[in-house]
Design a protein around this ligand. Structure first.
Ligand code: AMP
Length: 174
């Protein structure tokens, strides 16, 4: 799995000084790298019963869509505020400076459906926690939270202690 790091580009000081941005677009654009990544994700979840994948905007859409096709399940979009056209429910969560809001269509899930939440990266865990709260508001059962990359330095897993968290690779840095 460590070889996935070969396909991920580090961009220092993006979007602001001090952040080491893990750019997965270089993984997505490489056919071999993207296939390997999906093979690992598929292997992680192939024996679990999953009704829906919930992908978080926007890199979680790319991974979530491809994985939903591989696992034979539906895809739900968790989006930034104001993007979804139908009736939505929302959750507000804390950022380093200020707050942000995620939304999902209120008819995106049936109560009791088993949901895997997918994003590219776990940092502080605020985004995944907000997504998990949205899924639970709709009555979904969370099978797990799945990321390609975990940044260990930010302790995001602590915030997500109520859920199984799956990652493919990790970096020590924050
Ligand atoms: P957090 O809510 O702090 O866990 O941040 C996770 C979200 O922000 C994910 O959707 C990531 O795509 C993005 N993100 C946060 N930090 C980074 C980073 N260092 N490199 C790339 N994406 C990041």
């Amino acid at each position: 799995m460590e070889e996935l790091k070969d396909y991920i580009r580090n961009i220092p000081d993006f979007p602001k000084p001090g952040i080491q941005f893990k750019d997965v677009t270089t993984l997505f654009q490489d056919q071999t790298g993207f296939k390997k990544c999906l093979d690992y994700l598929q292997a992680q979840f192939k024996d679990q019963k999953i009704d829906k994948i919930a992908g978080i905007e926007s890199r979680g859409f790319v991974l979530g869509a491809a994985l939903a096709d591989r696992l034979g399940c539906g895809l739900v979009l968790i989006r930034k505020k104001g993007k979804l056209p139908g009736e939505t429910i929302s959750v507000t969560y804390e950022l380093e400076y200020g707050t942000d809001e995620l939304e999902v269509h209120q008819d995106a899930l049936k109560s009791g459906e088993r949901v895997l939440i997918v994003d590219d990266l776990l940092a502080t865990g605020g985004t995944l926690l907000a997504a998990a709260q949205l899924v639970e508001k709709l009555g979904g059962n969370i099978v797990g939270l799945s990321v390609v990359i975990e940044l260990l330095g930010l302790n995001g897993r602590k915030k997500l202690k109520d859920y199984p968290v799956f990652k493919l690779i990790e970096y020590d840095e924050a």
